[in-house]
Design a protein around this ligand. Structure first.
Ligand code: TRP
Length: 336
């Protein structure tokens, strides 16, 4: 198994929320590159169900969505033979290291996390300690695997910075224990904007469901969303700062078809939105069709998924134990 034997490669760790809903933005911005990364790095992908319960979840939905995310990742090209795919709650070392790291995280620094402030405002009736502690568990996720790089969106940079501060503090007290992780913002990843408001990032939490496309959307829904996509006052199909709607559609079309921006502008020169929008819709339908079909097949094959996440937890558990044993020894716990 590459992750255990190949120490020349750097390690990438990524946590994904089991929301069950990955968007076209998630795909074009990040997931599309994952299959390439797994050739060059030891890649570890974790579905963070323990993070998910910091806000109320419906238990049946959480279970289903955890498997849906796993299936979608595999359908997008992650190979369980090459990467480690697992579910966070299956590897107890996350909670165990999380506890230790709590004791090396200052109340003040955790209080400065802007996501905590945002989420406590949003879930004012349930500002639980887990929500406050969320970034410390995330630090444990990352540090357990001696991670070099963490692919994240900008909204998670503050959490990575906290993980680095905790690692540095621990290393300072006990000598080198953790690798210092770096955020990894993919160079090729595109920022895909909402179809309903192209000044905002495409997000599944958009109140307007026409603003985002999900990987699992049916073709007719995808077509409808693109036909209704907000465009700009003049009808030229060019990338321009004052045409955020059309620019967004052009980059989606380019990414979906593998064409360059210039080729796309040429293709639609002299044509209007009536031609362009359905063409983007069709390109996205064809891009997502194999992913949706593969995901549906995988979800019907529960035995296979179970085998993937069990083997994943075994590999992850082995790596995580090595770090946790070191940490327990350094802080002074008696060896079991
Ligand atoms: N907080 C991340 C998010 O909301 C999810 C996450 C949990 C994560 N643990 C992680 C991401 C470790 C990267 C590394 O997107």
């Amino acid at each position: 198994m590459s992750v255990m034997s190949d120490n020349q490669k750097k390690t990438i760790f990524s946590g994904v929320q089991p929301s069950g809903k990955l968007t076209l933005g998630n795909y074009l911005g990040a997931i599309k590159n994952f299959p390439l990364l797994q050739e060059e790095y030891n890649c570890i992908y974790c579905v963070v169900d323990m993070h998910a319960i910091t806000v109320r979840q419906d238990p049946a939905a959480l279970r289903r969505q955890t498997l849906e995310v796993l299936a979608q990742y595999i359908a997008c090209g992650l190979d369980p033979e090459k990467s480690v795919l697992f579910i966070q709650s299956h590897v107890p070392a996350h909670a165990e290291l999380g506890w230790v790291l709590n004791c090396y995280t200052m109340f003040g620094e955790a209080s400065r996390m802007t996501q905590f402030k945002d989420k406590s405002a949003k879930h004012a009736d349930n500002v639980n300690v887990g929500l406050f502690d969320y970034p410390v568990l995330m630090a444990a996720d990352i540090l357990l695997y001696q991670t070099d790089m963490v692919p994240v969106g900008v909204d998670q940079l503050q959490h990575i910075e906290l993980a680095r501060n905790i690692a540095q503090r621990f290393n300072g007290v006990y000598s080198d224990t953790f690798v210092m992780p770096e955020p990894y913002i993919p160079k090729t990843g595109a920022k895909i904007m909402s179809l309903a408001d192209p000044t905002r990032k495409m997000s599944k939490s958009d109140e307007n469901a026409n603003g985002f496309v999900l990987l699992m959307d049916k073709p007719e829904d995808i077509m409808r969303k693109f036909k209704r996509a907000v465009t700009d006052s003049d009808s030229r199909i060019i990338v321009s700062e004052d045409k955020p709607g059309v620019s967004n559609l052009i980059s989606i079309y380019a990414l979906a078809t593998g064409k360059t921006i210039e080729q796309v502008q040429e293709e639609f020169q002299g044509k209007g939105y009536g031609d362009f929008k359905p063409a983007v819709g069709e390109a996205v339908v064809e891009l997502l069709r194999p992913i949706r079909e593969k995901t549906e097949d995988l979800l019907k094959n529960k035995d296979y998924l179970e085998q993937v996440y069990r083997e994943g937890a075994q590999k992850a558990g082995y790596l995580a134990r090595k770090t946790l044993d070191k940490v327990y020894r350094k802080v002074g716990f008696v060896k079991r």
